[in-house]
Ligand binder design. Structure first.
Ligand code: 13P
Length: 276
């Protein structure tokens, strides 16, 4: 999915899902737009529901559509959880050992590749430190740093990744100011590593930033916070407008519509519509 996207200069949307309803919103938006899509789960979400429940929803929903649907484990530091997800049916995993020294990050990423490869599961790893909060993962401003292009080249030469996440100045969560994207790092890393690049911190980036990053080699764009907002705002908005009505299915439909609208907009912008 990602090497095709990188070659075609478009990106596949990778959406962090929270429950059955958000998973359905992603799959239906992708089907309507004939787009390949990635369902992502944070480690926290997997622990909340349990791997088997999640795989059950995904198998059922993906089985109804014609577009390719991947199931990816986002930022995970825990090798046992990665193993559980591989066993349960995830098609892709991310080992995030980016807080460790270079050699340890490399060794752990290699270990995950060895674990994943026999099961045909793809692997993403991170270098540098992406600022912000992604569920239980907190990286403070002072601890964040961009990926070093020379280290990135060495890293990708020493571990065979399917997707690489260098820190290039984007952030998880809501941007406080205008993000400063290190396009030169992205360009150098994409050219020297030839590995499809994941753009983290998608929520709140401008159309222009997305277009530039995708043109430079970002083949996967991660969107999480936007879905969390749509999930809550869809619920609250509906309830505020119908405060005497207690009909949960109508609330779920309002949440679904709100999430799907944003997801469909992302897919169109990333250029993956019609690429299934
Ligand atoms: P946002 O929460 O900023 O959309 O970032 C998502 C992400 O990168 C998940 O890994």
């Amino acid at each position: 999915m990602l090497s095709k996207a990188a070659a075609g200069r478009y990106a596949v949307g990778a959406f962090n899902v929270l429950d059955y309803n958000s998973t359905k919103a992603v799959v239906q938006a992708a089907e309507e737009l004939a787009a390949p899509v990635i369902l992502q789960t944070s480690a926290k979400t997997v622990t909340f529901w349990g791997p088997r429940a999640l795989v059950g929803w995904v198998t059922e929903l993906a089985g109804r559509v014609k577009v390719p649907v991947a199931l990816h484990l986002d930022h995970c530091k825990d090798l046992d959880l990665i193993r559980d997800c591989i066993e349960a049916g995830w098609t892709s995993v991310m080992i995030d050992a980016s807080a460790r020294p270079f050699e340890e990050n490399l060794a752990l990423s290699r270990q995950v590749v060895e674990m994943a490869r026999p099961k045909d599961v793809t692997v993403e790893a991170e270098l540098g430190a992406i600022v912000g909060v992604e569920d239980e993962l907190h990286v403070k401003e002072q601890d964040s740093h961009l990926a070093d292009p020379r280290q990135a080249m060495e890293f990708c030469a020493k571990v065979k990744l399917d997707c690489f996440a260098p820190a290039i100045g984007t952030a998880h969560g809501i941007y406080k100011g205008e993000p400063k994207i290190a396009y030169h790092i992205l360009q150098e890393v994409a050219t020297s590593t030839r590995v499809p690049i994941a753009l983290h911190g998608g929520t709140g980036l401008s159309d222009e930033v997305f277009r530039r990053c995708i043109a430079l080699g970002c083949a996967k764009v991660n969107i999480s916070t936007q879905i969390k907002y749509a999930f809550i705002d869809g619920f609250v908005g509906y309830h505020n407008a119908h405060s005497t009505q207690y009909d949960p299915l109508k609330v779920l439909q309002a949440q679904f519509d709100e999430m799907k609208k944003g997801i469909a907009g992302n897919i169109k912008l990333f250029g993956s519509a019609g690429k299934a």
